[in-house]
Design a binder for this molecule. Structure first.
Ligand code: NAI
Ligand code: 2YC
Ligand code: MG
Length: 272
């Protein structure tokens, strides 16, 4: 499990503001509308208890604060417990939290005490980052000569996060190409989903929409890029160099924690 560092989080406010604006431009929906449409749930007035957890590698300075800030951005009422671990859990319930959110080194979960719904960060992150590509407003693409590519996607990295993006694209009838340096994963997934296409970089294919979730940098090669390609990537570090981002005017949706966190809350809110 690739763990976040305090350094990854120190620009979370700026990162989330930038991504919020870009997502609204690309989808013509604000974040709340986007999450509501994805999960068919809505935020009433639930209070979220954020519980710092000390096991394993311990508390990541800035992790709980990043969650708190992110929830404020979408007007979700939250507090960080003063205590950690079991004492923090006790405090959250005592302070009438409706939902708790916490992470150890393996699992980052949200749990709604009222409706018993639970969310896992890996699925929730894959869901929002793939749905953003599904929800690109056709006016953004209409002008481009690549309109035929709007229902094709290249997924780079099909691990714990990336593998969960596949279903979203297949459910929306996307021509879905997958690539991973671990060939066993590719073979296993194409057995499970025969309609998947293992991407071969020798092919000349270029993509308007790319999803990346790897723990390595520069995993998106220039050969697959078009002008204004949209890359939606929770992967840390960045999947595309700043040079290529500028050269192709790439729309890059990328931040270290926030979008997946909001996704974990909308997944456990009440159904509409
Ligand atoms: P993982 O290790 O389960 O999956 C990563 C996959 O990428 C593996 O299958 C690996 O073979 C593949 N890979 C590595 N280098 C590659 C390359 N050059 N080309 C193609 N495939 C390559 O990791 P997981 O849990 O899926 O996380 C992936 C990344 O997403 C990590 O950096 C993690 O920190 C980040 N992450 C970010 C979140 C966010 O909210 N932004 C939330 C959760 C994870
Ligand atoms: O501060 C705390 O409460 C720590 N126990 C938090 C540990 C989070 C470990 N997980 C990760 O860093 C990654 C993130 C990308 C989100 C999911 N896993
Ligand atoms: Mg995120």
């Amino acid at each position: 499990m690739a763990l976040l560092t305090t350094n990854n989080l120190n620009k979370i406010k700026e990162d989330m503001e930038k991504n919020k604006t870009l997502i609204e431009k690309l989808t013509n929906k604000n974040l709340t509308q986007l999450y509501e449409s994805i999960y068919n749930t809505y935020y009433k007035s639930e209070c979220v208890g954020i519980i710092p957890i000390t096991c394993g590698n311990g508390i990541i300075s800035g992790f709980a604060e990043s969650i708190f800030y992110t929830l404020q951005l979408v007007n979700i009422n939250a507090f960080i417990t003063k205590n950690t671990d079991v004492s923090g859990y006790y405090e959250a319930i005592d302070k009438k939290a409706d939902i708790v959110i916490m992470a150890d080194d393996e699992t980052y979960l949200s749990y709604n005490l009222k409706n018993k719904k639970m969310s896992n960060n890996q699925q929730a992150t894959a869901r929002i980052y793939s749905e953003i590509l599904i929800n690109i407003n056709e006016n953004i693409i209409k002008g481009s000569k690549f309109i035929n590519l709007q229902k094709e996607v290249l997924i780079i990295g099909v691990g714990n996060v990336g593998k969960h993006a596949i279903q979203t694209f297949l459910n929306n009838n996307y021509k879905t190409y997958i690539y991973d340096i671990d060939k066993r994963k590719l073979n296993k997934l194409t057995e499970q989903y025969p309609q998947l296409i293992i991407f071969d970089f020798k092919l000349e294919n270029k993509f308007l929409k790319i999803f990346e979730a790897t723990q390595n940098e520069n995993t998106v090669p220039e050969s697959v890029l078009l002008d204004n390609t949209i890359i939606s990537t929770p992967g840390i570090p960045r999947a595309l160099s700043e040079i290529l981002q500028k050269k192709y005017n790439i729309n890059l949706i990328m931040e270290p924690l926030g979008l997946g966190t909001i996704s974990m809350l909308y997944e456990v809110f009440e159904n509409k």
